[in-house]
Design a binder for this molecule. Structure first.
Ligand code: PRP
Ligand code: URA
Length: 209
């Protein structure tokens, strides 16, 4: 059985997605809005995090309360994944952050790895793998391969815009991983860009075009 595919349906997420899809939106607003969507998505994505019961002494009694039972590690795929990290960690300030650096070979569209560093507690943590764009799915599948090879067991993928091709590839390679997207688009073009998508997310975040 495949992991969950959740397309987050929320008016604020839809509104902000419209802003970043617009080709007229410049670097400053693009970057800020990607971060804001990251924060809104984090609220939904963490809905089923495990909690544990603890008693807390209030000024007038004892309350049965619930706190997070596991550490959360956010793992952005460089570069574009970085754009969502501030928003997510604003909501989960205790989260640790690992990094994996991948770029797509322009000819083959296959990912090339150039960096990987993770917190040591990652094997027991709940990992949110973050990359705004799920196009062919090669980058996310590779990142999950790397995380699993390091012993990580609990992984969810969080992205902004996905293509059906990418969703299928991740579900086939890693049926245990839940997929959270803000939107599922129509298709890929012959250069591996998501249509209608939002263009090259890394370039729009960092002004490198
Ligand atoms: C983009 C994007 C994803 C990847 C998605 O990164 O941020 O990581 O492409 O494509 P895929 O699903 O076909 O693998 P890119 O390779 O352009 O690198 P960058 O983030 O450094 O710009
Ligand atoms: N990477 C992007 O940044 N955008 C796409 O549409 C596909 C891959």
């Amino acid at each position: 059985m495949n992991g969950k595919l959740v397309i987050l349906d929320h008016p604020l997420i839809d509104h902000k997605l419209a802003l970043i899809r617009d080709e007229k939106t410049g670097t400053k607003d693009f970057r800020q809005t990607v971060s804001e969507i990251g924060m809104l998505m984090a609220y939904e994505v963490t809905r089923e995090l495990p909690t544990k019961e603890v008693e807390v002494k209030t000024p007038v009694g004892i309350a049965k309360t619930y706190i997070l039972a596991k550490e959360v590690v956010v793992v952005p795929i460089l570069r574009a994944g970085l754009g969502m990290v501030d928003g997510i960690t604003a909501l989960i300030p205790t989260a640790k952050v690992g990094h994996i650096g991948l770029y797509r070979d322009e000819e083959t569209l296959e990912p090339k790895e150039y960096y990987a560093k993770f917190p040591s507690i990652i094997t027991e943590a709940v990992v949110l793998l973050v990359d705004p764009m799920l196009a062919t799915g090669g980058s996310v599948v590779h990142a999950i391969d790397v995380l699993k090879s390091r012993g990580v067991k609990n992984i969810s993928y969080v992205g902004l815009v996905g293509a059906p091709e990418g969703v299928k590839r991740v579900q086939e390679a890693h049926p245990d991983v839940d997929i959270f997207l803000a939107a599922l688009d129509e298709k890929l073009n012959d250069k591996g860009y998501i249509i209608p998508g939002l263009g090259d997310c890394g370039d729009r975040l960092y002004g490198t075009k």
